[in-house]
Design a binder for this molecule. Structure first.
Ligand SMILES: C[S@@+](CC[C@H](N)C(=O)[O-])C[C@H]1O[C@@H](n2cnc3c(N)ncnc32)[C@H](O)[C@@H]1O
Length: 440
């Protein structure tokens, strides 16, 4: 029994629904439609405790994202086979089924889809739900009301490649699958020897699954993945990006935004073709800078030294000289201060004004009128200890004028637009601030 055993209630509902429809019960259309749409996620939230959902990263793909994946798959030649290594209750396999044809009879379609759709998940309740939902999707595609003969509604006969299996284990086999992997993996942080190529530290399960999925695919196959934005934009995943780029050729990166109203994490869509033998080339960045780069070849880094504040307040001992101490929660939203009023003893690096402080948490902009970033200029005479939730930008020419220009650059619309594209996760990186185009 797994932590998802209570999802069995919904699986039973799906089983009864397929049995009802194949026995000819009328008026089931809206219930069938709901079952291949958002209902599986609603029931997941209702039946499975949040702790367990977090533990295994069970957040099923919402309808708009599913549509994006489905459009992507339909825009190119259909693959012989599709695999979702963490299939949950089958939303991405349903998206893949939209790209598949139907045959002259429901039975023939079910047989073909059974051969072409593959899915794994560690939770048997999700796997069973996925099989029922694929069966229902085939019924709906055939206009089941017009059918007078149904195949047996026993999902043990169909979708036999959608099975309970540990995806990470199964993906270990190299270049074993020819076709198209669709992936919306767990996003939690895990420790695994499989992450060695880019880190020995705990890492995102999404990074692991993507790397393993790319390795599992034969050359010429495709990978489409829904991934947390930190993999695209975070400096700690730059080595992961290099590893992944050595296996595949990216065709598009779609910065989608927040996963859904229940999961406040920004995601992007990676779409790529496996190409191990590609000629040596410098891969493009994982973010688009074209347009901005044409307008300005200079960036903040040309004029400022940018670092993270050095004080970890609850960990660093209160020793050394006493300094004014800048903390994010004491600062105004923007503007200028002289010397922070708070004091703290500190024995490591402090910063000489003038400099500009930028909060490290910053949400992608939600309106055209709101700028994503703002800085606070510190002008006083005394060196300041700075909390590590703040980024410190010190002007290379030491001038107040440069700091004032930086405030304008940070709060401009073009910087917000650039930044929303460059980094959508909530924690700004020093790298991203250094790269902000210097548009004055
Ligand atoms: C983010 S959900 C995505 C489900 C589905 N792909 C979708 O898009 O709706 C991740 C799924 O991964 C499953 N999972 C977690 N660890 C796994 C593993 N090691 N192998 C296979 N599935 C796993 C969870 O049970 C959950 O259903």
């Amino acid at each position: 029994m797994t932590g998802a055993h209570s999802y069995g209630e919904y699986t039973t509902h799906l089983r009864e629904l397929t049995a009802d429809v194949t026995s000819g019960r009328p008026d089931l259309h809206h219930r069938l439609l709901a079952s291949v749409d958002g209902e599986a996620s609603e029931q997941l939230r209702r039946l499975v405790p949040l702790d367990y959902r977090r533990q295994v990263g069970a957040f099923f793909t919402p309808a708009p994202l599913k549509q994006r994946v489905s459009d992507l798959l339909k825009s190119r030649a259909t693959s012989e086979r599709y695999l979702d290594p963490t299939c949950g209750s089958g939303d991405l396999l349903l998206a893949a089924s939209h790209a598949l044809p139907i045959r002259e009879s429901l039975k023939a379609t079910l047989e073909e889809w059974t051969y072409r759709l593959h899915g794994w998940d560690i939770n048997s309740e999700f796997v069973e739900a996925a099989r029922h939902r694929l069966f229902i999707a085939a019924l709906l595609r055939h206009g089941y009301q017009r059918l007078n003969k149904f195949p047996v509604a026993d999902t043990s006969t169909y979708f036999t490649n959608v099975v309970v299996r540990d995806g990470l284990e199964a993906l270990k086999e190299r270049e074993a699958f020819t076709g198209h992997i669709v992936l919306n993996p767990p996003f939690n942080v895990v420790s695994s020897p499989l992450s060695r190529p880019w880190t020995a530290r705990p890492t995102s399960a999404a990074a692991l699954f993507t790397y393993q999925a790319a390795n599992h695919l034969a050359d010429g196959s495709y990978l489409t993945a829904i991934l947390p934005d930190v993999l695209r934009s975070g400096s700690r995943y730059s080595s992961w990006r290099t590893q992944v780029d050595s296996i595949l050729r990216r065709s598009s990166l779609d910065t989608y935004g927040q996963f859904d109203e229940h999961a406040d994490v920004d995601v992007f869509l990676l779409d790529a073709k496996i190409a191990r033998q590609k000629p040596l080339e410098i891969s493009s960045e994982w973010w688009e800078t074209t347009g901005h780069a044409e307008i300005s070849s200079q960036s903040v880094n040309d004029f400022f030294s940018v670092r993270v504040g050095t004080v970890v307040d609850n960990r660093d001992p209160l020793d050394g000289p006493e300094y004014p101490f800048a903390r994010a929660r004491d600062l105004p939203a923007s503007g200028e201060i002289s010397t922070p009023a708070r004091r703290r003893r500190f024995s490591r690096r402090v910063f000489e004004p003038p400099f500009v402080l930028v909060r490290r948490t910053s949400r992608p902009s939600t309106s055209q009128h709101q700028s994503r970033l703002s800085g606070v200029l510190v002008t006083g005479e005394r060196a300041v200890a700075v909390d590590n939730h703040l980024i410190v930008a010190s002007p290379r020419d030491g001038s107040l004028k440069s700091c004032q220009t930086l405030l304008e650059v940070l709060s401009s619309r073009s910087t917000s637009d650039w930044l929303d594209n460059r980094i959508r996760c909530r924690h700004l990186t020093v790298g991203a601030v250094r790269e902000i185009p210097w548009l004055v």
